[in-house]
Structure formats: structure tokens, C-alpha cells
Design a protein around this ligand. Structure first.
Ligand code: AMP
Length: 149
């Protein structure tokens, strides 16, 4: 599975975020396995998706073994549950020695905990917040510059 021209990627959660990543990474030529506890979640995968779909609860160790996590180059935990994502990321890193592990974390306060465990996180809350603020600043600037002095 570990080849030089593509990565073996495990994506946990096939909802709005996981399916987006799976579709894009699969069409970029990577070997993708996506796990979701709801079979219906796989409906979000595009017809071009060429990876595997595993229906199962990622909180169960057997499911992580089934997808050969020890062979993965990259694991991305994208469920809507911060604690579960942290648990999966820790297992991937510490038990399966996955070289790169990323996790979605909604609660900005938890980001520090993840960082302490050396897990790369993306916080959609902070990310969206920064984009909103940027847009407000731009709007304010346009208003000030556009208003008569
Ligand atoms: P979304 O918030 O739309 O990106 O969706 C998150 C996805 O994570 C949903 O499709 C859930 O079914 C999935 N999910 C949540 N908990 C688990 C779990 N324990 N095992 C596998 N998938 C899960």
C-alpha cells in the first residue's frame, strides 16, 4: 500500500467533510478508505470515487484494524465528535505509528489538548470566525473609504 506516487489515506467519517476529502483525494490518485457508521453516508461519494467504503463504528478497535491502519500514510478523523476524533487520532499515532494524523475539532478550547498530543488539527469554528472577521473588516474599510469626509 505504501507506494511513492500515492498515499494510503484513511478518512474517518463520510459526512459533509469526510466525503469532500474522500472525493478529492481519490480523484487525485490516492488510495482512500472511508469509514462511517451510517451506510447512507456513502451516498455523498461521487461516482468517480474509486476507494473503499467501510460501514462500521470507528470507536471499535476492530474496525481500525480491519482498514489496516498500521499501513496508512495519513489518517484524518472528521466525525462531528471532538472526543472521538481525538481518540482515533491518538490510536493512529501511538498504536499504529501513522506518520501523519489530522483531526477536525469544533471546540477551539480543545485545540491545545490536541497540540499537546502532537496531533494536527483544523478547527472549522476558528477558521470560519477568521473569515467572517476578515469580511467585516473589508466591509468596514469600504464603508469608511467610500463615505464622504
Ligand atoms: P459531518 O458532520 O456531516 O461531516 O458528518 C460526520 C460523519 O461522521 C457522519 O456521517 C457520521 O455518521 C460519522 N460518524 C460519527 N460517529 C462515527 C463513528 N463512531 N464511526 C464512524 N463514523 C462516525
Amino acid at each position: 500500500m505504501k507506494s511513492h506516487d500515492s498515499l494510503y489515506i484513511i478518512i474517518v467519517g463520510c459526512g459533509r467533510l469526510g466525503s469532500y476529502l474522500a472525493n478529492n483525494l481519490s480523484s487525485s490518485g490516492h488510495s482512500v478508505v472511508v469509514i462511517d457508521k451510517e451506510e447512507s453516508a456513502f451516498d455523498s461519494l461521487s461516482s468517480a470515487y474509486s476507494g473503499f467504503r467501510i460501514a462500521g463504528d470507528a470507536a471499535e478497535f476492530g474496525v481500525l484494524k480491519q482498514v489496516k491502519m498500521d499501513k496508512a500514510d495519513l489518517v484524518i478523523a472528521t466525525t462531528q465528535e471532538d472526543n472521538l476524533n481525538l481518540m482515533i487520532a491518538q490510536i493512529a499515532k501511538n498504536l499504529f505509528d501513522v506518520p501523519k494524523v489530522m483531526a477536525r475539532v469544533f471546540d477551539p478550547k480543545r485545540e491545545k489538548i490536541y497540540r499537546d498530543f502532537d496531533i494536527e488539527t483544523i478547527c472549522p469554528t476558528t477558521f470560519a470566525g477568521d473569515l467572517f472577521l476578515e469580511s467585516v473588516i473589508l466591509y468596514f474599510k469600504t464603508k469608511v473609504e467610500g463615505s464622504p469626509s
